[in-house]
Design a protein around this ligand. Structure first.
Ligand code: HEC
Length: 185
C-alpha cells in the first residue's frame, strides 16, 4: 500500500471523484473521445444515445469505484504517515481524515455492483462475486474499524495515543487484508 501521496493531492483526488460522479450523472462519452466539457444539455443528449456513443456501464461503474478508492486513499494516507512516524501527529487532521474515510467506507459495498464485474480496467477479483459473504464481511470490518478510529480521536486527539495507533492499525490492516484477498495485482 502506498502512503506516499502528498496532502496537496487531496484536492486533486476530490476533483477526480467529482468529475467521475459528473460523468456518471451525464453519461458522457470519455473525455478523451469527445472532449465535450460542454453543457449539461449536450451531455444529457449524448447519454440518450443521440451520438451513438454511450459509455459502457461496466467501465463507468469501475471508474466510479476506482475514484472512490482514490479518495479513500487520499484521506487515509496522512493517517498512515502519522501512524508510521513519517509525519508528525496532527489530531485535527487525523480526525478529519478518519471521518471522511469512515463516510467513504460506507460506500464500498455498493460500489461492487454486478454490472461492474466485467469492467475492462478493473483490478477487482472475480472472487468477490462468488464469495460475496466474505467480501461483505471485510467491507463491514472496514466501516466498523473506521468508526472506532473516529470515536477514539473524538475522545482524545491531542497525542498519538496507543488507542489511536491500535485503531489506525486495524484500518490499515483492512486495506491490506482486502487487497491481498480480493484485488488482483
Ligand atoms: C473490502 C475490500 C477493500 C477494502 C477494505 C479496501 N479496499 Fe482498496 N480496493 C479494493 C478493490 C477490490 C480494489 C480494486 C478496484 C477496481 O480496480 O475495480 C481496490 C482499489 C484500491 C485503490 C486503487 C484505485 C484505482 O484507481 O485503481 C486504492 C488507492 C485503494 N484501493 C486504497 C485503499 C485504502 C487506502 C484502503 C483502506 C483505508 C482500502 N483501499 C480498503 C478493495 C478494498
Amino acid at each position: 500500500m502506498k502512503f506516499s501521496l502528498s496532502r496537496g493531492l487531496l484536492a486533486t483526488v476530490g476533483a477526480l471523484l467529482l468529475s467521475a460522479l459528473a460523468s456518471l450523472a451525464l453519461a458522457q462519452t470519455p473525455a478523451g473521445e469527445a472532449g465535450m466539457g460542454g453543457g449539461m444539455a449536450a451531455g444529457g443528449e449524448a447519454g440518450m444515445g443521440a451520438g451513438g456513443q454511450t459509455r459502457n456501464p461496466a467501465d463507468q461503474a469501475v471508474e466510479y469505484r476506482q475514484a472512490l478508492f482514490t479518495v479513500i486513499g487520499g484521506n487515509f494516507t496522512p493517517i498512515g504517515a502519522m501512524l508510521q512516524g513519517r509525519a508528525e501527529f496532527n489530531g485535527a487532521n487525523a480526525l478529519k481524515g478518519a471521518e471522511r474515510t469512515a463516510q467513504l467506507a460506507a460506500m464500498v459495498g455498493d460500489a461492487f455492483t454486478d454490472v461492474s464485474k466485467t469492467g475492462a480496467e478493473s483490478k477487482a477479483s472475480a472472487d468477490i462475486w462468488t464469495n460475496r459473504a466474505e467480501f461483505d464481511k471485510l467491507a463491514k470490518d472496514f466501516t466498523d474499524h473506521t468508526a472506532t478510529l473516529v470515536a477514539v480521536l473524538k475522545k482524545d486527539n491531542k497525542t498519538a495515543s496507543a488507542e489511536f495507533k491500535a485503531a489506525a492499525t486495524a484500518v490499515a490492516g483492512d486495506c491490506k487484508g482486502c487487497h491481498d484477498k480480493f484485488r488482483t495485482k
